[in-house]
Design a protein around this ligand. Sequence first.
Ligand code: NAP
Length: 322
Amino acid sequence: MQAYYVTEKGGEIKKGEQPIPEPAKDEIRIKIKAIGLNPFDHKIVNVGPPKWKYPHILGLDVAGVVDAVGSLVTKFAIGDEVCGLCDFTRNGSFAEYVVVKTHCFQKKPSEIDWGYAISLVTGGMTAYRNVVEDMQIEEGKTILVQGGAGGVGSYAIQFAKNCGLKVFTTCSPNSNEFVKKLGADVCIDYHDVDVAKKCLELTEGKGVDYVFECVSLNLVPNDLLCVGKEGVVMTIVGIPEGTESPSENIKLTRSSLIKGHMFDIEEECINVGKSMQSVIDLAIEKKIQTTVTKTMPFDELLEGIELIKTGHSKGKVVITHN
Ligand SMILES: NC(=O)c1ccc[n+]([C@@H]2O[C@H](COP(=O)([O-])OP(=O)(O)OC[C@H]3O[C@@H](n4cnc5c(N)ncnc54)[C@H](OP(=O)(O)O)[C@@H]3O)[C@@H](O)[C@H]2O)c1
């Protein structure tokens, strides 16, 4: 099969022939229809996790049709359409086939297309788990989504809006229309304003109730200045060393969608699978909308990665097989 892989830590991503993988007893093989691109896909190459065996096939998000099933698998059958999160420590989805355990996967309903399904994986699930499940946001409060035009932020806006929050988001002016359509109330152009000052201005000096940080750990110190006395700052991009909450009433937390795979915690992977189902249900109920802005063929995957590397792709960039 054709796949995109690296042959060493920090190496360039190459396209070439790799063997079609065989599922173990507790695994399924997916014939891939769509792949979602994430900044993680290229950033992790320089990390080169110790568990990787080279050549290592990249790719986290996958949607496709089950075409082989291990003898112990009862959750899926051959022919099922599925979507979910691959284990980044093993070969991933930048290929024609991938083999996975089933915890982080659910059936893709026929009502949503392959691209929409893929946008729900890392983009939708990360936003859902943080904004809805972990932050326990309350109706009538205010949230700042840092990076609302990105793959994660574009779903965070939708979940926060659905929960009855007033949503402020940082983005470039050319993304205003996109984020407003998703439910943002106020767009803040981060290029020429002090975001913390703007948040205080917009809240009559009180500060926002929540910040969801999807851009950079370097923004976290400033995020702490955006929130009010009992605010919550949730970051998916880390916390700079030495940065602490200025008060015990302000909560600063970080989270990771790949924790289950990183530390081999089965329970955590099962929970990711549950979140996958929750976002699929919201899509079926039409409570959220797709964030896909660009769909590219498998042959152009490297161009897609270059687009992600700019840090200014909008919503979700999706790769499809014919
Ligand atoms: N911990 C986890 O579980 C987890 C999960 C998923 C992703 N992540 C990480 O979260 C980050 C976001 O992921 P993603 O998929 O949403 O990325 P993405 O789609 O590549 O984000 C691109 C967006 O970032 C916006 N942006 C760039 N600089 C900005 C700034 N200074 N202020 C506000 N917005 C800015 C751009 O908006 P404009 O072009 O409009 O400026 C662009 O639309 C990445 O670092 C990723 O690795 C972590």
